[in-house]
Structures are given as C-alpha cells and as structure tokens.
Design a protein around this ligand. Structure first.
Ligand SMILES: [Mg+2]
Ligand SMILES: [Zn+2]
Length: 186
C-alpha cells in the first residue's frame, strides 16, 4: 500500500494563529486539494495527522472539529481526491499526552490501526514538530514552506536535513515523479 501522511494546518489549509475554529475559517492553500486528488488518482492513500489543541483550550468543541473535517473531506472530494482517515490530538501542551506532536503517538496509532510499518512512509508537515514526530515514528519527514514552514530560517532548514518544498503541490510532484522512476526501473 502506498501511503502519505499529511499535517493539516499550514499544509492542506491556511494556518491561523487564532486557530481554525469553524468550517468558515478552514481555507485551502491554493493547489493543495488538487495535489491530494493527484495522489488519489495515482493510487496513494492519504491520512491526515493533526494537533488540535484548540479543543483543550476550549476554543472549539469536537462537534465543530467534525464539521471542519466534513468541509475538508468534501472539498477534497470535489477536487477528485480522498482522505482515507484523520487522526487528531485534542490535548494541550501541558496535558503530557503521547499523541501531541512532536511526540509520535498519532503516527504509532495509525500504524497499529492500519497494520502497516511507517518505515519510509512520507510525512509532510510545515513545522519542526511534524518532522520530529514523523522521524520518531520511523516515517520519512518532508517539510513544506507554507504555514509555519514559511517562517523557519533557511539556516535551520538546511541543518535539519529533510527534503523541502514550496508547498504541498510541489511535494506531491516530487513524490509522483519518484514513483514513476521506481516503476520504470522495476
Ligand atoms: Mg501545521
Ligand atoms: Zn494528545
């Protein structure tokens, strides 16, 4: 099975310092929905792994999160794509849970539920926390320069030694190109 793991805020949709609290505040990053559709057409499964501490902070409740995710799934479907599953952490930074990135709990939960190894599975995120969580779970972290990724200094990006792309669309170009090369050499 070909699987890619995506962070949500700052990768699929525009990030917000005031949190995404309602479907209206969920705005896709240009090209991201089409990128997920291209993955789907190429046979990839797409799973979203996201910290949603706004729940612990009482900024929105789990019903609102369900409605936000309904909008995301519908928007992706309208573009011709599919999100196979969404794993989220509802806790805050002081709850000391194992699922909030940079901890790998959500990734490990996903691996257990799908009964797969995350070895080499691409995990695309916009923050260093995403990269650390992915790496700790044995996945293959990839950074995009949208969302929080736009503010990471170049010197820091070079030192973390992961593939870097302008946005999800460019990261997907790269995944699908690698994939074609693999198929050609098989
Ligand atoms: Mg993010
Ligand atoms: Zn958690």
């Amino acid at each position: 099975m070909q699987l890619v793991i995506l962070d949500r805020d700052g990768v699929i949709n525009e990030d917000s310092d005031t949190y995404i609290k309602s479907p209206d505040e969920w705005i896709p990053i240009p090209g991201s929905l089409e990128a997920i559709a291209r993955l789907h057409r190429a046979g990839w499964h797409v799973v979203v792994v996201t910290n949603q501490s706004g729940i612990a902070r009482n900024l929105f409740d789990s019903d609102s999160l369900v409605r936000i995710h309904d909008k995301m799934r519908r928007s992706v479907a309208d573009a011709g794509g599919l999100i196979d599953a969404i794993f989220f952490c509802p806790h805050g930074p002081h709850d000391n849970c194992n699922c909030r990135k940079p901890r790998p709990g959500l990734f490990l939960d996903l691996a257990r539920r799908l009964r797969i190894s995350l070895n080499g599975v691409p995990a695309i995120g916009d923050s260093l926390h995403d990269l650390h969580a992915a790496r700790a779970a044995g996945a293959h972290p990839i950074l995009v320069r949208t969302g929080k990724g736009a503010a990471i200094p170049d010197t820091c990006v070079t030192s973390i030694d992961v593939p870097v792309h302008d946005n999800l669309a460019r990261a997907v170009d790269d995944l699908l190109a690698d994939n074609q090369n693999d198929n050609a050499s098989n």
